[in-house]
Design a protein around this ligand. Structure first.
Ligand SMILES: [Fe+2]
Ligand SMILES: [Fe+2]
Length: 137
């Protein structure tokens, strides 16, 4: 399914998240991984999560019954990834944890692109998606 235009900015940021996940997964030491992760987090990720939590979900909930399981999964994953950011900032991440952290970020993006965003597009429909675009501006 073609992504609604309103969601294009978020989808573009997802590409950057996937790139960061790849770098974390390929890193050979935790500091290098932390630099890649935190660069993504500070430039895009943190604001992206806020936009999803403070704009995307509330606009969806305003206009349609939300899929509660999908919302719960999204928020739980945001919490886990926010925790990863805090642990990288504190220099607490070990080499052994990198694959799991990379997979968490990667799978979160895939879930949103393949499951959550299509649900939002379907339940809002073209007209309300336009309002979502305004809100995301
Ligand atoms: Fe997200
Ligand atoms: Fe996202």
């Amino acid at each position: 399914m073609k992504r609604a235009e309103a969601l294009h900015p978020l989808s573009r940021e997802h590409l950057r998240a996937l790139l960061a996940a790849k770098k974390v997964g390929e890193a050979t030491d935790p500091e290098e991984a932390g630099r890649s992760f935190l660069e993504f987090w500070r430039e895009d990720g943190q604001q992206h999560f806020r936009t999803e939590e403070e704009v995307l979900l509330p606009v969806w909930a305003l206009h349609a019954p939300v899929d509660r399981a999908a919302v719960a999964r999204m928020l739980e994953e945001h919490l886990a990834i926010r925790r990863d950011a805090l642990r990288f900032e504190a220099g607490e991440v070990s080499l052994e944890e990198l694959p799991e952290i990379a997979t968490r970020l990667h799978d979160h993006v895939r879930f949103e692109e393949r499951e959550l965003f299509p649900k939002i597009e379907d339940s809002l429909g073209p007209e309300l998606i336009g309002r979502l675009a305004d809100a995301l501006e």
